[in-house]
Structure formats: C-alpha cells, structure tokens
Design a binder for this molecule. Structure first.
Ligand code: NAD
Length: 381
C-alpha cells in the first residue's frame, strides 16, 4: 500500500498559507507516495484545486482520516487530532512551548509529530529551516506595514515643492527578520540603524548599507553554539534600554525583532522610551507573538500611546500567502524527503535532524525541553 500524504485546509482564523503547493506534488509522487489535498486547501494562497490535480494530487473533501503523513502549517486543533489515524505522522509548526493540550492529545493518539520550529541549526538543515523562511517574509512585510502607517515618506526627495528628508528606521535584533527589514527599509530609501547583542551581526548590518548602533555594551555569551541569542541579565536589559533611548527617540519607525528561543521576548522599549518618540512615529513589534519587545505592545492589535502607533502583528507571513506557502512547502517537503527511504518512512532517531524536531512518538512526549515544560506545568499549583 502506498503511503498517503495529506494536506488539509488550515482552520486557524486568518491563516491563508497552505503546506504544499502544486509544483512540489511530483516530488512526493515520484518518491512513491500518494498525495491527497483537501478541496480548497490552497485557495487563499492562490493555489487552486485544478493546479494540484494537474500535478497528480487527488482532491478530497476530507483528508485527515486516511492520511499516513499530514503536512500542515498551523498546529492541529483537538478536533483535527481526533480525526487523525493512530500512528500517523504530522509535520507542522507545532508551537511546542505553548501548546500543551494539543501535544498531550497527539501523544495520547500515538501520533508521531514533528515541529518545524525545532529544526536544528546545522548546515544540513538549512533547506528545511521553515522559521528562517517565514522570518524573511515577516521582515519584509513589517517594513511595508510600518511605511504605510507613517505620515511621512521613506526616501529623500528633491522636488520643486521642496526637499523631503528621509525617514529614520531603527531595527532592534538583526537576525533573519531584522536583516530583511533593514534591506527592505534601505530599498525604500530610509536611513537605517540597527543593533543586536550578537557582535557577529555588525558586519552584516553594514553590508546592507545600514549603520550599526554602538551601545558600548558587552553581552555575556551573546550566542549559543547554534547561533541563537542567549538571554541576558535584567541589569543588561536595563542598560540596553538606557543606551538605546536616543536611537529610539530619533527614529520615525522602530522595528524590534529581538527573540530568545523558547522564552518571552525581552522588553527593550519601555513606556518612557515611547513617550520620548515624536508623535506619529511607528513601532512595529515583530516580537509580538512572543509577548513583544515593547512594554506597551498588545499582540494582535494596533494601538496609539503617547501619539505613537504601536503595531503588534500576529502571523505576518500569512499576509504574503503565495510565496510564504511556496517557501514553507519547500522546507516541509525537504524535511519529508529526509525522513523517507525507498518509498517508506525511515526514522533514524540517532540522527539529530530526525530527533531534533520530534515532539511525540509511540505515545510519549520525547522532546526533552518540551517534556520538561509539560512536567513543570503539571507541578504548578
Ligand atoms: P531569532 O529570531 O531567534 O532572534 C532575532 C534576533 O534577535 C537575533 O539576531 C538575536 O541575536 C537578536 N536579539 C536577541 N536578544 C536581543 C537583544 N536584547 N537586543 C538586540 N537583539 C537581540 O534569530 P534568527 O533570526 O532566527 O537567527 C539568528 C541567526 O542565526 C541568524 O542571523 C543566522 O546567522 C543564524 N541562523 C543559522 C541557521 C543555520 O545554521 N541553519 C539557520 C537560521 C539562522
């Protein structure tokens, strides 16, 4: 019996992406798999049923109950999990640190679930790095959203009606999203400054034509061996806020993107700092999904405080669903290809690429950090 790979329509409100695009269907069928796509699954992203059918997928009204492998973008709901076959395999963004109920339900249903967020940061995993792919989309869109809310131009303009000075953009955190935001803001003609606790980033910021903000702070063990930022002390964050105040105050747009994996985003912009900004300025907090880098950010909302527009977007990648789906689908199919051998699933748990994103397997939560979080939740009174 060939393995059936299913792609359901996403059910989370506002989610427009789809986990597989027609162009990638032959990659799976040529590997000996059958592909079943739920009718309408790609519609919001601009991928229609006939496109999938033309590439060899079956279109079905319901796909979860027959699937051996399920490709999704968002974590499944409890109802969706109840429709999945026992022993099936799920690959998606599982939000592994905040999704205890679904993770327990997946384990109880004996589903082998892989979380794309937990892909190890090793060279071999780069084509499967869904988080970086989505950060690229978010960094780009963040600048467009902020530019459209700003009551000013981004570029320098010399016109007969006078000279327009360029907008000043300050990007905090120059990882994948931050660097994309810097590049996009530069292309729109803004004057861009950026800061990151990882010293290695300075050169990358400058290579994009932006200025690295020298705060004179030395972060302790700025990054771990995988290139992620490490959390700093409260004292460090307080000094960082003080040193950044003048950069924030002189910016028209601030785009904070600073994250520490598995933790709430650090607060880097206080209410006092917001008060110091010019009215009409914009903060687009790309860390909103992890609580926000600005103390006033309300995740999922746009608010105005002290005359400053503060936007806390949730799921920006879904607002560019065509290419975000293409990029996500490539990372997911690359990962699935890694798990396959001779037309069947081959889970080599000695391989860190297989083991790293694995959250539930054979009825257990097997990811050590996720398991520890679930246990500490159980012991919380
Ligand atoms: P991220 O989304 O976890 O964090 C965003 C940025 O915030 C990071 O650059 C981080 O250093 C920064 N940050 C954290 N605390 C900060 C603070 N207090 N002040 C200012 N900045 C702060 O990180 P990311 O963008 O996913 O990746 C970071 C880097 O990892 C990338 O630039 C890249 O070099 C590397 N990377 C490697 C691989 C790989 O090898 N497979 C994959 C992806 C990324």
């Amino acid at each position: 019996m060939p393995i059936i790979v299913s792609v359901p329509k996403e059910t989370v409100p506002g989610e427009q992406r789809v986990a597989l695009v027609p162009e990638l269907v032959p990659r799976l069928t040529e590997a000996g798999l059958e592909v079943a796509v739920q009718s309408g699954a790609g519609e919001l992203a601009g991928f229609f049923d006939d496109g999938y059918a033309a590439k060899g997928a079956r279109l079905e009204a319901e796909v979860l109950d027959k699937a051996d492998i399920i490709l999704k973008v968002q974590p499944p709901t409890i109802v969706e999990i109840s429709h999945m076959k026992e022993d099936s395999v799920l690959i998606c963004f599982l939000q592994p640190y905040t999704n205890a109920t679904a993770i327990r339900a997946l384990a109880a249903r004996q589903i082998t679930a892989f979380s794309m967020e937990l892909m190890p940061r090793i060279t071999r995993a780069q084509p499967m790095d869904a988080l970086s792919a989505m950060s690229t989309v978010a960094g780009y869109k963040a600048v467009l959203v902020a530019a459209s809310r700003l009551p000013r131009f981004f570029p320098l303009l010399m016109t007969a009606a006078g000279t327009v000075t360029p907008a000043r953009v300050f990007v905090i955190g120059a990882g994948v999203a931050g660097l994309q935001a810097i590049g996009t803001a530069k292309r729109l003609g803004a004057v861009v400054e950026a800061y990151d606790t990882r010293p290695a980033v300075k050169e990358q910021v400058e290579s994009l034509g932006a200025k690295f903000a020298e705060l004179g702070l030395a972060a302790k063990d700025a990054e771990d061996k995988s290139g992620y930022a490490k959390a700093q002390s409260e004292d460090f964050y307080q000094k960082q806020q003080e040193m950044m105040s003048k950069y924030v105050a002189s910016a028209d747009v601030v785009i904070p993107t600073a994250l520490v994996p598995g933790q709430r985003a650090p607060i880097l912009i206080t209410e006092e700092m917001v008060r110091g900004m010019r009215p009409g300025s914009v903060i687009l907090d790309l860390a909103a999904e992890q609580g926000g880098n600005c103390a006033l950010t309300e995740p999922g909302r746009e608010i105005v405080r002290h005359g400053v527009v503060i936007i806390g977007p949730m799921n920006l990648p879904s607002t560019i669903p065509f290419q975000a789906s293409e990029m996500y689908a490539r990372t997911v199919t690359n990962y699935l290809a890694h798990l396959l051998k001779d037309g069947g699933l081959h889970l080599d748990l000695e391989d860190e690429l297989t083991r790293g994103p694995l959250v539930t397997h054979r009825g257990e939560v097997v990811h050590e950090i996720v398991k520890a979080r679930l246990c500490s939740e159980n012991s919380t009174p």
